[in-house]
Design a protein around this ligand. Structure first.
Ligand SMILES: Nc1nc2c(ncn2[C@@H]2O[C@H](COP(=O)(O)OP(=O)(O)OP(=O)(O)O)[C@@H](O)[C@H]2O)c(=O)[nH]1
Ligand SMILES: [Mg+2]
Length: 501
């Protein structure tokens, strides 16, 4: 039997104590963050999560994260993907997103339609926290959840009866730009006796028509206030009867008693019970099962597209943001706090696609987003939630520079145009001589316009036109290199740095 020296025994004893202390501290010190990423469809959630994961797992390999203290101060060690916590929630498809970005020619990841999750283990060296006495290495587990911002638009429904919701939605459908498109649907509803026995088939057809209208509002008119949000992004509820209802226009004039006593199998009775079921089984369930678990939230907003699409689209974004904010309205009187017990302690609002504009426009972008968020500041009470706004590009697709125009220096950006194919077919002046075989090779240099630094007024809309162009990702991106970005390091600093000291 080998005889161990006194010093070896001492060392062993010490490492045992260290192990025990580490175990204890791992249990007591919070080393887990659940980060939720949301935003309306096409706001940039998939690109954002892909970039965030990419920056962390490839740190040191062409990454630029100098404003993220754990890297700047040298305590970041490495990060890797590990199996997610909830097996019943779809996995965030990082690999497909990276495949699209690194393809030749490069492309954006495909749109997603529901909730997904991804888990990272981040190794770091504790320098300040108590952990440094116990271990030279600690692990921060980061759970990231991607979910459609449209789902948050449904929160206000929880405090509305079917009648109230119908009245409010009807009013919206009577005002432009929705009115013209809604006419036919509203006329059809006007012909129905709400107390007559419902036909399931007719209900299903009308619900489908209402869903189509919502899709047109969102995708053709660029409007943001879509209720119920699940109708255009149903996730796993696609085709379920719980989504087969719609607002009924003429409830205002109904006798309250008559409405209350409407038989369950009447049109109004069926619509009302499906509405109630939707609130319970879809809206409330999402908040109960997912939302209350989130520690930190990032809300992404594409303010440039609504600016491009004009006054109505921008006004609708304003309204949608105020509806989304209800989920973070933590005041004692806030609906949300009364219904649930949220625990979010940091909330980041990011204006995405900052690479669509020249760098000096980033400050107005942030100012504009701040106004969108804080215009009802008096009513908003975030209490213990720390809030920040940033202009970011998760995957930078342009380069910026200065050009001379009429003897003056003009800031410009350069990138590959996304829908060059359409422009080619229309035969715009620059490309008349080219063929469509080179559609993805069209590089353009532009000054896309100035971003207003406050909410645009009527006269502003009359005098200004925006032309923020969509770009393709840069060619030549590599799977194991950090993706080019704008301010992703500041995002990480705000969301994670305090957990890695
Ligand atoms: N130039 C640039 N474009 C971006 C960036 N992020 C997103 N985009 C553009 O915005 C589109 C939508 O981005 P996604 O990340 O798919 O947005 P999403 O919120 O996940 O969209 P849904 O899955 O449809 O809800 C992309 O296809 C790109 O055209 C960015 O950082 N820079
Ligand atoms: Mg997506």
């Amino acid at each position: 039997m080998a005889i161990l020296s006194k010093s070896t025994l001492k060392k062993r004893g010490f490492s045992k104590i260290k192990e025990k202390a580490n175990e204890l501290l791992n249990r007591t010190i919070d080393q887990h963050v659940t980060l939720a990423v949301t935003g309306l469809s096409r706001s940039g959630k998939t690109a954002f999560i892909t970039s965030l994961v990419n920056q962390l797992i490839n740190e040191g390999n062409h990454t630029q994260l100098s404003f993220f203290d754990p890297i700047h101060q040298g305590n970041f060690i490495a990060a890797k993907r590990i199996p997610q916590k909830h097996f019943h929630v779809p996995r965030f498809d990082y690999d497909s997103a990276m495949l699209a970005l690194t393809a030749e020619p490069a492309n954006w990841p495909a749109p997603t339609h529901g909730i997904s999750e991804l888990r990272l283990a981040i190794r770091y060296q504790p320098k300040k926290s108590l952990l440094k006495y116990a271990s030279s290495m600690a692990t921060l587990t980061l759970d990231i959840t991607d979910y459609p911002g449209e789902w948050l638009l449904d929160l206000p429904m929880l405090k509305q009866t079917y009648q109230e919701w119908s009245e409010q939605t009807h009013a919206l459908m009577l005002s432009e730009p929705r009115a013209e498109l809604s006419k036919e649907f509203l006329t059809k509803l006007g012909d129905i006796d709400p107390f007559s026995t419902a036909s399931e088939e007719l209900l299903a057809d009308l619900a489908q028509e209402y869903t189509k209208l919502l899709q047109t509002f969102r995708y053709d008119l660029g409007l943001s206030v879509i209720q119920p949000g699940r109708f255009i992004l149903p996730g796993d509820l696609a085709g379920a009867p719980i989504l087969e209802f719609f607002p009924f226009p003429s409830l205002e004039g109904l006798d309250a008693n008559e409405y209350q006593n409407a038989p369950d199998d009447s049109f109004i009775g069926m619509l009302r019970s499906r509405y109630l079921e939707y609130k319970e089984q879809v809206v409330r369930k999402f908040y109960r099962e997912h939302f209350i678990r989130f520690d930190r939230q990032i809300v992404l907003a594409d303010c440039l597209k609504p600016l491009n699409q004009g006054k109505a689209s921008f006004a609708d974004l304003e309204l949608a943001i105020s509806m989304i904010l209800e989920s973070y309205h933590y005041g004692k009187s806030g609906l949300f706090s009364r219904l649930f017990s949220p625990k979010i302690d940091k909330l980041l609002f990011a204006a995405t696609k900052a690479d669509h504009v020249t760098p000096e426009q980033h400050a107005p972008m942030v100012a504009l987003l701040n106004q969108l968020i804080h215009q009802n500041k008096q009513q908003l009470n975030y209490e213990s939630v720390e809030v920040k706004t940033l202009a970011i590009a998760s995957v930078k697709a342009t380069s910026s520079g200065i050009t001379q125009h009429n003897g003056q220096e003009v800031p410009v950006i350069q990138g590959m145009v996304k829908n060059a194919e359409q422009k080619f077919q229309q035969g715009t002046e620059q490309n008349e001589n080219k063929t469509t075989t080179n559609v993805f090779g069209k590089k353009i240099t532009v000054f896309p316009g100035a971003v207003p630094n406050e909410l645009p007024t009527d006269s502003f809309w009359q005098n200004n036109q925006f032309n923020f162009i969509e770009f393709l990702p840069l060619d030549g991106l590599k799977k194991h290199h950090g993706l080019p970005h704008i301010r992703m390091d500041q995002v990480l600093q705000f969301l994670l740095a305090d957990k890695m000291t």
